[in-house]
Design a protein around this ligand. Structure first.
Ligand code: FAD
Length: 477
């Protein structure tokens, strides 16, 4: 049996692409284990975080602005996408779990990060002419924070919701099969090609499957599948894991779920503190983000402690009495320059779609349509993602002269979110030390290629991240 397309991976991206292609009546095989225990998609709060994800750093570059327009484009697609999935799968349970998003500006961060990102969100909402209203924090009646970290300002974005990621993955599976797709629940080992044309994939048990095209969308593991093609992979920005945990809580008796997403602006390299009501009566809280060379399968005590403390202090002190239903560990795929990897790569018919980092789940309907069009030469009139072609020199994000300072600010912000209590003379000392450390690191890596702040911060702790960056920069120097 030869398929039109094999899609490798079983997270939101591969499942969405597979479904889109199957519903266009191509013969599609999706390969990948259905144990998604450490997949990013499974751990995601699945906020439709278009405007809520905006930061000053993101809108400082052209490529960052392109990411915002991807999010905006994806946002418009969700109502129709949810309807199509329901019609195909026959499962009409609503995927949406929240009505709108409240963004709160509280005192648990720093003025430089939280206030500036809060205003950046407002600015971009205005630029896109998106409805929102400024609300007094008291109007968010569900909130009951510790007085020390109470919110000062807040805004409500009525059209920015959230999706139940577990339900979404189930519905994507059944919708795909209903459209005639085939799922092989085994991982791929490598891709097969002849004369620089793709021919199929070899599975981990040695079985081979043939196809005219192969799309790799296996999240943080995507480049591992191309490991025996170093001529290609060495020119692609390496992928790291933005390892994060989220926690599902059963609320104490009598305590109601909030009706909206409630979140802070992004801070400390993560997607801010947020809670999302789940339509099964559970509250999702998220999320941490620690960059690792290798994906993690278990939650670190430090992450669990940090997230629970933040939720109890900043969102609702009665969460102290809730029960932990599960601790979810996910590995966000982040590329060395922080931007997605989307496009054909090195061999005719071989495509890569990953590097979606903090917002892949939200972008999945857009990516599905974009790739289904692109692989068959159809136009993508409403957005051009060719800048994110996988084989590329590092894309520029934050400019080099501010990146070390931004990394330092984010690290100091973590101290305030942990409610550290230091004497005034310590902060400038710590700031100077960190700034010096990050400036030296940036200069030691390359004379002009500059990684994003989180890659700088964590490559300081992990020599393997640094080594892979150096190898990649070397190819493009
Ligand atoms: C805690 C957390 C919160 C997040 N919150 C949000 C949010 O609110 N909104 C949002 O839009 N995004 C969010 N994200 C980011 C989002 O989850 C990711 O961008 C997106 O889900 C990535 O999807 P993916 O399919 O590429 O990867 P994954 O979901 O990681 O899936 C990859 C899949 O590939 C499979 N695989 C691995 N190796 C192989 C192989 N050799 N062969 C076949 N299959 C293989 C894995 O088993 C896995 O199922 C969050 C992420 C985390 C961790």
């Amino acid at each position: 049996m030869k398929y039109d397309v094999i899609v490798v991976g079983s997270g939101a991206i591969s499942s969405s692409i597979s479904y889109e292609l199957a519903s266009r009546k191509y013969s599609i095989c999706r390969v990948g284990s259905l144990d998604r225990s450490n997949a990013a998609s499974n751990a995601a709060g699945a906020m439709n975080g278009c405007f809520g994800e905006v930061t000053t750093g993101l809108i400082a570059s052209q490529h960052g602005k392109l990411k915002v327009s991807m999010d905006f484009n994806a946002k418009k697609r969700w109502p129709q996408w949810a309807k199509r999935l329901a019609d195909s799968s026959g499962n009409h349970q609503s995927l949406f779990t929240a009505q709108g998003t409240h963004v709160i500006l509280n005192t648990a961060g720093t003025d430089e990060i939280d206030t500036d990102n809060f205003h950046a969100i407002e600015d971009v909402l205005t630029t896109y002419n998106e409805p929102y209203e400024t609300v007094a924090p008291k109007q968010i009646t569900w909130l009951k924070p510790n007085e020390l970290v109470r919110p000062l300002m807040s805004l409500y974005i009525p059209d920015e919701h959230a999706v139940n990621s577990h339900l979404l993955l189930d519905v994507l599976d059944s919708a795909f099969v209903a459209e005639g797709g085939t799922i092989i629940a085994k991982n791929a080992k490598r891709v097969l090609s002849k004369d620089k044309i793709i021919t199929g994939v070899e599975l981990e048990d040695g079985e081979t499957i043939l196809a005219d095209k192969v799309i790799i969308a296996a999240g943080v593991h995507s480049l591992d599948i191309l490991a025996d093609m170093p001529d290609i992979t060495k020119r692609i920005p390496p992928l790291f894991s933005g390892n994060g945990i989220s926690i599902l809580l059963k609320l104490p008796e009598g305590m109601e779920l909030p009706s909206s997403v409630i979140r802070t602006p992004n801070r400390a390299f993560a997607c801010g503190l947020h809670c999302v009501p789940r339509n099964d009566g559970i509250l999702y809280i998220g999320a941490t983000n620690i960059l690792k060379n290798n994906p993690r399968t278990q939650a670190a005590v430090s992450d669990v402690q940090f997230l629970l403390e933040c939720a109890v202090e900043q969102l609702h002190t009665d969460l102290y009495y809730s029960e932990i239903v599960s601790i979810q560990v996910g590995n966000r795929p982040i590329s060395a320059d922080g931007f997605p990897l989307i496009g054909e790569c090195g061999i005719d018919g071989l495509w890569l779609v990953t590097g979606t980092y903090r917002d892949g789940l939200h972008q999945s309907p857009l990516l599905a349509d974009y790739i289904a069009n692109a692989i068959y030469g159809e136009s993508n009139a409403d957005i051009d993602l060719s800048d994110f072609t996988p084989i590329r020199a590092p894309l520029a994000g934050l400019s080099r002269d501010v990146v070390a300072k931004e990394t330092t600010s984010q690290m100091l912000g973590m101290g305030y979110e942990c409610l550290w209590d230091i004497k005034p003379n310590w902060e400038p000392v710590i700031q100077e030390g960190l700034l010096h450390r990050y400036e030296s690191l940036v200069n030691s890596l390359h004379p002009h290629f500059t990684p994003p702040p989180e890659v700088i911060a964590f490559s300081h702790y992990d020599d393997k991240i640094k080594k892979r960056l150096l190898e990649y920069y070397d190819v493009w120097s």
